[in-house]
Write a protein that binds this ligand. Sequence first.
Ligand code: MSP
Length: 532
Amino acid sequence: MNNSTDNHKFALTTPLYYVNGVPHIGSAYTTIVADAVARFQRLQGKSVLFITGTDEHGQKIQRTATEQGLEPQVHCDRIVESFKSLWEQLNIQYDRFSRTTASEHQTIVNEFFERVWKQGDIYLDRQQGWYCVSCEEFKEDRELIEDHHCAIHTNKQAEWRDEQNYFFRLSKYQQQLEELCESQPDFIQPVSRRNEVLNFIKQGLKDFSISRVNLDWGFPIPVDEEHTIYVWFDALLGYITALLEPGQEPSLDNALSQWWPINLHLIGKDILRFHAVYWPAMLASAGLPLPKRVFGHGFLTKDGLKMGKTLGNTIDPFDLVDRYGSDAVRYYFLKEIELGKDGDFNETRFINVLNADLANDLGNLLNRTLGMLTKYCQGNGPQLTSTDYSSDHPLKSIGMDLGDRVIQAYKNLQFSQACQEILTLVRASNKYIDDSAPWSLFKQEKQTEVEQILYAVLESVRLSAYLLSPIIPNISSKIYQQLGFDWDFNSHQQAQAKENFPIHSSWGKLSTNKTLGKASPIFSKLELPSED
Ligand code: MSP
C-alpha cells in the first residue's frame, strides 16, 4: 500500500451501477462528472485509474431477469453492453469496468469476508423489518411513507422480512466513524452531506445484515452455503477487485498493492450511507486504510419534477447524446448544475445555454478572430507573448491567474464555477474585440496594433479551450487544431505530458507563431425539436 503518500496517482470510482435496466440519466450524470475529474487529473500529469462498472447480484436483478424470462447472467451481460456503449457515446475514458459477477471478484469477497469473520465482526441473528428491493435495503419506519412505501421509490412497497441473517458489527465502529468525520472534515463532501452522515452516526449505529436467505443470485457466505452475501457487501468490494491488473492472480494483497486507498468515490446522495458509514467500517474491520474522499452529488429533476417511469418523464441519455453530441450533454450537466446540489434538466434551457456559451460566445469568437487573421495577417499567428502586454490589459489581467483559479475549482469539484470563470475571459474577449475594432485599425494601417489585439484574443480562446478540455474534450481539440496545434485532448499521452503543464494553463505563454488551421464552426447552433 504505497499510494497514500504517492501524489502522482489518482484513483476514482463511480458507483457500480445496477443492471436492472439500461443506464438512465442519473448514472450518466455521475459518470460524466467522474470522467471530467479523471481528465483533469490526467491533465495535471497524474497517473489515473478511473473505475466504473456494474453491480449485478441481488434480488432486484434476479427478479428483473425472471420477468424477462432470462437467466440472470444472460440478462446482466446484455445490460452491461448498453452501459459500455453509452460510455463510449459520451466519450467516457474509464480504465476499468468492474463487474460483480466476475470470478476474481468472488475470490476477493471471500478473502475479505474471512478477515472480517476473524475479527469477530460477523454473527448470526434474527432480522425483522421492511425491505425495499429497489434500494436493496432494510428501512426504518421513519424512512417509509404511507402504506410502507419507500420514500425513494414511492411507487414500490417495502416487503416484510423475518429471517435468520448474518450481521456485521457496525455498532463497534460508532466511535471510530464519529472521529473520522470530526477529524477529517473533507472525508465526506459537500459539507451538507457530511453533516447528514454525522447526524446519522450520532443517532447510534445499528449492526446490519450482510446475508440473505432464499436468494441464489449472489455469492454464498463462505462459512454457510445456505446464505447468500448481501448485494451491498459484495458490491462495495467491487471497488477493490477493480484494482487488480488484468489477468493478475486475485488476492487482496495484489489488489491493494498499487492504487489503494482510492482518492475519490463519486456517488449520488441516495447511496451516501453505504459509502460513508458501512464501507469505512467494513474496511476498518478488515484492517485496511480508508478512502480519502466520498463526494455525494445531488439529484436531477426534469422540468422541475422528480423523474420516474410511472410519470413517464425520464430523460433517455442515449437519445440526448444522439441528438446533441457528447460535449453538449457533458457541458450542460457540469456547468448548469452546481455539483452537490440538486439540478434540473429542461430542454429549452439546455439549448439556450449551449447556444449562448459554446456556439456564440466561444465559437463565434474563434471564428471571427481567425477570419480577421486571414484577412489582416495572411493567417499567420502574431509573434507575441505575455510580456508584450501591460498587466492591466483587459484580457491579460483576467488570463494571468485564470489557470490557478480554474485548477482550484476543479480540485474542489466546482465544475460550474470553473466554467463561469472561463466564460468571464471569453466574454471579456468578445467585448475587447468590439471595443478595440481591429477592422478600423487595419484600415488605418495600424498593423502592430491589429496583431496585438488578435493575439490577445486567440490566446484567450486557447487558454479557455485548454481549461475546458476535461468538460468538452472534442470542442477543445477542434479549437487547438484550428489554432495550429497538433493536439488531441482525447489522447492520454498528450494530456499527461507533464512538460506541457503548466504552460498551457498560463495566459500568453504560447506562441502562435505558425500557420493557423482553417476556421470552421466548432459548435453548430442547436434548435429546439419541433413539437410533432
Ligand atoms: N448498485 C448501487 C451502487 C453500488 S456501488 C458499490 C446503485 N446503483 S444505481 O444504478 O442505482 O446507481 C445509480 C447512480 O445514479 C447513483 O449514484 C445514484 O445516486 C444516481 N442517480 C439515480 N437517480 C438519480 C437522479 N435522478 N439524479 C442524479 N443521480 C441519480 O445505487
